[in-house]
Design a protein around this ligand. Structure first.
Ligand SMILES: [Zn+2]
Length: 321
């Protein structure tokens, strides 16, 4: 398995490395009411590689943020049935990664419309069916669908935000540019002052930077931060406040700054990152304590990706991988 594939499979791959992420307040598979008609379901990341889901109740139907892996979609669906009898009409893929979009066929099957920024379709064209095929071999839930490739979102938006407004509640779907992936989408509830960020902002050490534009990441989150919100519902990790976004901005800037300083002092990638079986497993680089919420087992891979992005002068996602 290549280095990239290893990281693309799922976060549960971390357990193979014998690494554990401790997040004291993480409660996988718990459905928490955020405000009336908005639920946050924290996915079982370490066990099953699942992302978080947000369930939003409209007058006549439900909107779900992120399709999850197929088994995550099934788990979320089972919980949704306990909280509402309304049908799921829209499922928003915040980006193309398997743990956010490979569950699309599950939602299509129950009559929901999968929705995303056009960049998600483009990313799937770029990376699929390679990743789907590899993941099918490793994950029973993906393999058992017996499909040749990932199912792209059925409805897309590009230049202008996509807006759902039924008089009771309004959801705006935004794209602010390339951070975690080229197709990063945000769901924003202006009245409730809530933003759902996908993996453009995670609450914990979960940043995956292989398909990213690390240099542009703070700018994208800066644009999102201009919206008026109090609560942040991230793609991974527990729900939080605005500091999930401001801290993520600080982390990305600190990472890039620290790596650039090392490059300027003549350090090579080998000096900074220890590789094992072609995978970055450890780094000598230290980041400030103020961003420690985002520092964990992925730091070596993040340093590797930032180093490559800076030395090759291209967003990491534009480098062959
Ligand atoms: Zn992701």
């Amino acid at each position: 398995m290549s280095k990239r594939t290893f990281y693309a499979v799922s976060f549960s791959a971390l357990t193979l490395l014998g690494l554990a992420v401790t997040q004291s307040d993480a409660k996988p598979d718990e459905v928490k009411l955020i405000t009336q008609g908005v639920w946050f379901r924290e996915g079982d990341l370490m066990g099953k590689g699942h992302c978080n889901n947000i369930i939003i109740e409209m007058k006549d139907y439900l909107v779900v943020i992120d399709a999850n892996f197929p088994s995550g979609a099934q788990a979320a669906l089972a919980d949704i049935k306990k909280i509402s009898s309304k049908p799921v009409r829209y499922v928003f893929d915040t980006h193309h990664h398997g743990d956010h979009a490979y569950g699309n066929p599950v939602w299509s099957k129950i009559g929901a419309t999968t929705l995303a920024h056009q960049g998600v379709v483009d990313e799937m064209k770029r990376y699929e069916p390679k990743r789907w095929t590899e993941t099918s071999k490793q994950r029973e839930d993906v393999g058992s669908l017996k499909l040749a490739t990932a199912e792209p979102p059925k409805q897309t938006f590009s230049d202008k935000p996509f807006v759902i407004d039924d008089g009771n509640r309004k959801i705006e779907f935004h794209h602010f540019g390339w951070a975690h992936t080229r197709g990063d989408g945000f769901a924003y509830l202006p009245k409730e002052k809530i933003i759902c960020t996908g993996d453009a902002a995670t609450n914990g050490p979960y940043n995956y930077t292989a398909d990213a534009n690390i240099g542009n990441w703070p700018d994208v989150l800066g644009k999102a931060a201009k919206l008026d919100f109090k609560q942040v519902l991230p793609g991974h990790g527990p729900a939080g406040d605005r500091t999930v976004i401001t801290g993520e901005i600080e982390f990305m800037m600190a990472l890039r700054r620290a790596v650039r300083t090392q490059i300027q002092s003549g350090k090579t990638l080998k000096d900074l990152v220890t590789m094992k079986d072609g995978k970055p497993v450890a780094t000598s680089l230290k980041l400030p304590d103020s961003v420690k919420n985002w520092v964990g087992p992925f730091l070596a891979a993040q340093v590797n990706d930032a180093f490559e992005e800076l030395t090759m002068n291209k967003p990491h996602g534009d480098l062959p991988h």
